[in-house]
Design a protein around this ligand. Sequence first.
Ligand SMILES: *Cc1c(COP(=O)(O)O)cnc(C)c1O
Length: 376
Amino acid sequence: MEKEPLLMLPGPVPVPERVRLAMARQAINHRSAEFGAVYADCVRCLKPAFGTENDLVIISGSGTAGMEAAVANFGRTRKIACLVNGKFGERLYDISKRYGEPMLLKSEWGTPLPLDDLAASLEAGAEVVTLVHNETSTGIRNPAHEVGKLCRKHDALFIMDGVTSIGGDVVEADRWGVDVAIVGSQKCLAAPAGLAVVSLSDRAMERIADQRPYYLDLAAYRKNAAKDPMETPYTPAVPLFFALREAGLLIEEEGIEHRIMRHQRLAQSVRAAAEAWGLPLFPTTDALHGYSNTVTAIRMPEETTDSDLRGLVKRLGVVIAGGQDHLKGKIFRIGHMGAVGAPEVLATLGAIQAAMGRLGCEHSGDGVAAAAAHLA
Ligand SMILES: *Cc1c(COP(=O)(O)O)cnc(C)c1O
């Protein structure tokens, strides 16, 4: 029997059976008490993962739809300071070019952000700031709390991509002063791809642009979500809402603190394996920037290539990610987010270690054993 591969990507991630089965239901009217209750459950279960009391709205579209909605509704014709140290930071900058006047505040991918430049941009009149909290392309965690403080000091709106932190790492949107936070369903939430959840502060809504997109008009989303029963402006992807509710209930049952601790332990175990192998982690961290809790980026061993290593790991039944853009061939990335635990992580590390051995990579120690020491 051909077994389905284990997806250890930074999204999409394996979806628990309970979540998958929720999609097999008969269609329902999306203007009904039944749908409204599903939407309400999603919101209730996800608010703790955002660390917010603000309203959440759900868009039928991937994480990028949420990013575009945020910039288009709050950044239009405004000066937007875009903090960029990886692929998804670049994406927010590219979106900002379509709608506003972006100022690029950039550092090398995977290195600490230029926060001094942010202070200067805010002095120079930036009204909106974009940040990727957990930069999936490089495995660095950016200092959302510090960025939030600067935004508040200068009364700027803070848009935070939390696509691979919300549901897997500590996010305190309200305490940090995040006005708009975004998550995608197929990452730490362990739901199928296709929904974006966006939190909206009152401060943001007071400043929403007059000229807004039609399909992604967040004022319309918020107005419809405030109805009883809750609604979306247009027909939503109802089966995905069924799935997201089930994924949300799983988060609620586990408890967000426990879920974050589970992710922390998995991240520590993967870093311990890399250390035992003598392979450096890709990001450069400092007092404010840390290693991601949900994805680990490791330098490719010199003795092999991306296609050989990931190809052999794939034949062993595990799918891991390579580097994106200029990091292709230089790093590989292991996603350890969502519903996975010790068995999945140990299988992944075992496959990588076996592949490296067969490909003639010198690695000093036993990464699997080093990881296991963190898991039990
Ligand atoms: C995956 C991801 C996104 C969204 O990508 P989609 O393919 O549109 O879901 C945005 N930001 C980060 C940090 C991501 O990891």
